[in-house]
Ligand binder design. Structure first.
Ligand SMILES: [Fe+2]
Length: 322
């Protein structure tokens, strides 16, 4: 990029000379763009994908032998969407990861601007997330929030390794730029009493109770929202499907990541078929049509960027190609 004097443009005798001058000045032209900047409907960046807990659990158990306790908070497996060149996001705005904290281990307190939540797969009454100095029990299928800039640590005071799935809006934080992160001055923040009723904890027993009272949105399918929304950028829904029931996600600008809390489900997302068991994760990126079906009763967690798109006025259905 260099400074090109205005009179140089006056002397441009044809398009090629004008484009050459613009190139020297570091200015792009709008009439013959390298790529169009606007298009009629959204382009798909990511594809549907399925990760099994059976596989990632075994991989994390192996990581437990090689990743020491000092790095316990980083002993996770990132579910990068398998499109070429991608190493991080699961869908446009969200990343998911499996994490394991070994029996007796503590993962250090830290905080970050990215919003996060976790779905507990294997935990117990003496497995805790410490959020801003409060201990939250991590029972199987509990959903725990650690919103923007809240301190959090994990303390496994049980005799067994604990596993969960993390969901964070880090890809969005990367895009917009406001990433801040710090460790706590105490290795693990001092915690007071246990608060099983914290607003940052959605106990599975309460989720089951609420779903029993929820109306059907499709035959045999009930859905509740955890929080309203749970965090500024992320909505969390739990869907209960009776045996044999099904529902459809129409293609929209929203990105979703599903996890199976209980039971098993079959999903057809665009042209891909998946059979998901408890603890599995399925990415349903924006623009995809999803058909979900349960052979037996099933509970699904759905994490999406719905509140973000709603706030921006960009939550829209995407018409099927003509
Ligand atoms: Fe964190």
């Amino acid at each position: 990029m260099e400074s090109v004097a205005p009179e140089m443009f006056d002397r441009a005798g044809n398009m090629e000379e004008l484009l050459a001058l613009l190139g020297r000045a570091g200015i792009e032209n709008g009439w013959a763009k390298r790529e169009p900047s606007m298009y009629a409907v959204p382009r798909k960046r990511f594809i549907a994908a399925h990760w099994t807990f059976a596989q990632t659990r075994a991989a994390l158990a192996a990581a437990g032998r090689f990743v020491n306790t000092e790095l316990a908070e980083r002993r996770n497996l990132i579910l990068a969407n398998p499109v070429e060149g991608n190493h991080y996001p699961t869908v446009t705005t969200l990343v998911s990861a499996y994490q394991m904290v070994k029996a007796g281990e503590t993962a250090r307190s830290h905080r970050h601007t990215s919003n996060a939540l976790r779905l507990v797969l294997e935990g117990g009454p003496d497995m805790f997330t410490i959020v801003d100095g409060v201990k939250l029990p991590m029972m199987p299928n509990d959903v725990l929030l650690t919103p923007n800039w809240s301190w959090h640590a994990h303390s496994n005071e049980t005799q067994r390794d604990s596993y969960w799935i993390d969901f964070l809006d880090v890809p969005l934080t990367h895009l917009l730029g406001p990433m801040f992160f710090e460790h706590h001055e105490d290795k693990v923040e001092r915690a007071g009493a246990v608060d099983a009723g914290s607003p940052c904890r959605f106990a599975f027993e309460d989720i089951v109770r609420r779903l029993a009272d929820a109306k059907e949105f499709a035959p045999g399918c009930r859905r509740i929202e955890l929080g309203g929304p749970a965090m500024a950028t992320i909505a969390i829904h739990v869907i209960r499907l009776d045996a044999g029931s099904s529902f459809r996600d129409e293609p929209s600008t929203m990105s979703r990541v599903y996890a199976v809390m209980e039971g098993a489900a079959r999903a057809r997302i665009d042209a891909a078929d998946f059979a998901a068991a408890r603890g599995d994760v399925i990415a349903e990126p924006s623009g995809c049509a999803g058909e979900w079906r349960a052979a037996a009763e099933c509970f699904l967690l759905c994490v999406s960027d719905e509140p973000l798109l709603k706030y921006l006025g960009w939550l829209r259905a995407i018409p099927a190609p003509a």
